[in-house]
Design a protein around this ligand. Structure first.
Ligand code: GLU
Length: 233
């Protein structure tokens, strides 16, 4: 049996609210339950949206809640790895240049399909609805879609557990795995926490960060319990 390895892969663009932190908790619990590993990977390749404060908050929250990671990576320190992998795809004829950026050619016919572990349901997208997408930007940094797949593979991630807002990016990921001839991980898209208007919980709903609750003297045990049980019924 393959050893379970999961990751929490936040983008430090804004202070994480409890919706994001819940994803970390679910990954952590899944790793512990399966005697596997929990990886923290900072996805900081969007230099325009990068916020140092957000990065600090990610560490502070995980430390306060005792969600200890077994390994930690920072994508901005791994640029050479992404460039090397873009070259592999270039050699295989999967990419072309567009204004200094590299684009991945998506198939134009058929469908991209995977079985999502949540509810064991098949999710399928028509390829004609998909665009060729940028994998390396003109600033030399990879995009989320590319760095995310390369790292999940290299870090031997067995289960990609993340919010269901990433379902629409998954066809890109599946096609990258195919182009590299890599085995894809199990995708687990968690229902997200909604605000009272039934849209994804966000700053607009005044969603708070775990650190706000800490300031208000909530116990971390209470917050963990709340996040674990939220959506239970
Ligand atoms: N960096 C993405 C985020 O902002 C990670 C998504 C994923 O887990 O694949 O949440």
């Amino acid at each position: 049996m393959e050893k379970v390895k999961v990751r929490f892969a936040p983008s430090p663009t804004g202070t994480p609210h409890i919706g994001n932190t819940r994803t970390a908790l679910f990954n952590f619990l899944f790793a512990k339950k399966n005697k596997g590993k929990f990886i923290l990977r900072i996805e900081d390749t969007d230099k325009k949206r990068f916020a140092k404060e957000a990065e600090k908050a990610i560490y502070k929250i995980l430390e306060w809640l005792d969600l200890k990671w077994d390994e930690r990576y920072v994508q901005s320190e791994r640029s050479d790895i992404y460039k090397k992998h873009a070259e592999i795809l270039r050699e295989r004829g999967f990419i072309y240049e567009d204004d200094g950026a590299l684009r991945f050619k998506m198939p134009k016919n058929g469908e991209t399909t995977w079985i999502d572990a949540v509810g064991q349901k098949e999710i399928s997208f028509k390829n004609e609805t998909q665009e060729d997408f940028v994998i390396l930007k003109s600033d030399g940094y990879p995009t989320y879609n590319f760095a995310n797949v390369v790292d999940d593979y290299l870090m031997k991630i067995t289960h990609v557990i993340r919010g269901e807002e990433f379902i629409s990016s998954t066809p890109k990921h599946v096609q990258l795995y195919k182009a590299f001839l890599w085995k894809q991980p199990i995708f687990v898209h968690l229902p997200v926490i909604l605000g009272t208007d039934k849209t994804k919980l966000s700053k607009r709903h005044c969603a708070k960060s775990a650190l706000d609750y800490r300031k208000e003297c909530f116990l971390k045990e209470a917050l963990l319990n709340f996040m674990a049980l939220l959506g239970w019924n």
